[in-house]
Design a protein around this ligand. Structure first.
Ligand SMILES: Nc1ncnc2c1ncn2[C@@H]1O[C@H](COP(=O)(O)OP(=O)(O)O)[C@@H](O)[C@H]1O
Ligand SMILES: O=P(O)(O)OC[C@H]1O[C@](O)(COP(=O)(O)O)[C@@H](O)[C@@H]1O
Ligand SMILES: [Mg+2]
Length: 517
């Protein structure tokens, strides 16, 4: 297979983007991919690192193509030997047309483009690579889970263990217990396919989790002391920031340790990737709470149901659960400020719906309306062990406000039903489609680490799994864009007020949103 790039595929750095790296692989050694024994002598010494593309006349072509590449162990350990990938002799992959992803395969971040728009940012395509940088009997992997729960964590753990074992013959896999602090304060457990065999049927994390306790130096000391050379870190934005620090420290110490991040958050607020695992399960489970609220309120007079869902800074679960249900009259999310009193306010809308239908359901993301709640309750600014702000209970606050308004001002009796299913939604096992997704994530992480990549997060970008530099996913948070059509679809489906009066309400916020669009 000729993996060299033709001159027409030379790819430039685009000037508008800061600190981009372009990678271009030299011709790999030619060998019959199906005939070599993967545990043989090192295939080549390294030669796996990129150089900047130039056209034959020495200039950089300029079609705006940018590759946001991930670090590789040979960046700081250039003499590292590589070996043929054992998958080439795997029965399962025997008739796969292309067992390995090509080094030049990339995934575009933006797929809707205009004919003459620059090609934009791309990420390295995830998948098995022709060369690996670990012999199976020398690989010593560990897995840790950090932050809040999310459906599917156990599936990811299971599939990392089974993937390492069945695809790469790795048997030495350790579970770090209780999150980052488990590296230096707890014993490890040995993970085998047998041990993890049916953990995907349970919610939570088999390895347990925690917030806080990230001490880079102690963690890397521990990695070094235990002879661990692959670290799989499952967690949200905070965890990924911690993973980036670990990967930098590993590089500083010159250790042959691959650090792979698997993004986890029920809030779906991780940037770049299409969606996070467990999100679909959460939206599905939220339907049960919404249905319950609907059944309750349509059975009584002037029933008002409020369902609080998770979503600290982003209202994806609330938005998708609302769109899926069609029984929801109003959805309130952190990204969209709302107001209660006066024309176009929530009280007016509740009254209208009660007059029209005799009942209504409000879905509320936990991070919505925090400013209003704090105005009423003079809160202390409390944080959890990871430094995340602790939220005030907007659900209780809103139920109280609505009840007070209708009883005291409108002299109208209402039947309030407040449902808070947040932890119930987070604690269940993942559904079938999330299970498949978790498997792909785990396998992509395993392929990447075995191929010597490090400091990467794995995830689908426009439906194709890619290796994304960790910093790229932690720079920003994914939030619902009020100016996107998805939010408009929601408004059209509920017919709720948008609460956005450009001149009077929040001109700055709307303008910011519009300028981002
Ligand atoms: N900026 C950061 N740098 C290093 N570690 C961090 C950072 N933010 C959070 N962490 C660590 O990551 C872990 C999980 O973070 P947390 O914010 O609780 O959950 P999540 O990763 O799901 O966002 C904690 O152990 C915390 O100490
Ligand atoms: O009560 P806990 O465990 O701190 O978790 C609550 C928070 O966890 C979340 O599910 C998100 O957690 P992560 O940051 O770990 O992804 C939020 O929606 C929620 O506010
Ligand atoms: Mg977080």
């Amino acid at each position: 297979m000729d993996l060299s790039l033709s001159s027409s595929s030379l790819i430039p750095i685009s000037t508008p983007f800061k600190s981009r790296t372009f990678t271009h692989y030299p011709n790999p050694p030619s060998f019959n991919s199906k005939s070599r024994n993967f545990q043989s002598k090192p295939l080549i010494s390294h030669q796996n690192r990129p150089f900047r593309a130039q056209s034959s006349n020495g200039t950089t072509p300029n079609d705006g193509f940018v590759l946001e590449d991930v670090p590789h162990l040979t960046d700081f350990l250039p003499a590292l030997p590589s070996y043929p990938n054992p998958l080439q002799s795997s029965k399962a992959y025997a008739i796969v047309r292309e067992t390995f992803v090509r080094p030049e395969d990339v995934v575009a971040q933006k797929i809707v483009v205009q004919r003459d728009s620059p090609r934009g940012i791309h990420f390295r395509r995830a998948g098995p690579q022709e060369k690996v940088y670990f012999k199976s009997d020398e690989a010593r992997a560990c897995i840790v889970t950090c932050g809040g729960l999310c459906p599917g964590i156990n599936t990811v753990i299971r599939e990392i263990v089974c993937g390492l074992n069945s695809m790469y013959g790795v048997e030495d896999i350790l579970g770090i217990q209780g999150g980052y602090r488990g590296f230096y304060s707890k014993n490890t457990i040995k993970l085998t396919p047998k041990v993890v065999n049916d953990i995907h049927k349970r919610g939570g994390t088999f390895l347990r989790t925690s917030r806080g306790g990230h001490d880079t130096s102690k963690i890397v000391d521990n990695i070094q002391d235990r002879g661990i050379n692959q670290v799989y870190i499952i967690g949200g934005d905070g965890t990924q920031k911690g993973a980036a620090l670990i990967s930098k420290e590993v590089e500083k110490r010159g250790l042959q340790v691959s650090v792979a991040g698997i993004p986890k958050t029920i809030d779906n607020d991780i940037a770049v990737i299409d969606k996070s695992f467990g999100f679909d399960t959460a939206v599905e489970e939220a339907q049960r709470a919404i249905n319950a609220a609907h059944v309750e309120v349509e059975s009584v007079e002037n029933g008002v149901g409020i369902v609080k869902l998770m979503g600290r800074y982003s209202g994806f679960i609330a938005m998708y659960a609302t769109l899926a249900s069609r029984d929801v009259d109003c959805c309130l999310i952190p990204e969209s400020p709302f107001y209660l009193e006066g024309r176009g306010g929530l009280f007016e809308f509740v009254e209208e719906r009660l007059k029209e239908n005799g009942h209504m359901v409000i879905v509320l993301a936990e991070g919505a309306g925090q400013d209003y709640v704090s105005q009423d309750s003079h809160p202390v600014d409390e944080k959890d062990a990871s430094g995340n702000r602790l939220l005030l209970d907007v659900g209780l606050w809103l139920s109280h406000k609505i009840k007070e308004h209708f009883t005291d001002v409108k002299k109208m009796a209402i039947n309030m039903k407040y449902i808070d299913p947040t932890y119930m939604i987070r604690a269940i096992p993942s559904n079938a489609s999330d299970n498949v997704y978790c498997t792909l994530l785990a396998h992509s992480a395993v392929h990447g680490a075995m191929a010597g990549y490090t400091g990467f997060t794995v995830g689908p970008v426009n439906s194709r799994h890619a290796y994304i530099p960790i910093s790229h996913v932690t720079e920003t948070q994914n939030t619902v864009k009020l100016t996107d059509r998805m939010w408009a679809r929601l408004l059209a489906s509920t017919n709720q007020p948008s609460f956005l009066n450009r001149d009077e309400v929040i001109p700055e916020k709307v303008d910011q949103e519009l300028s981002k669009a």
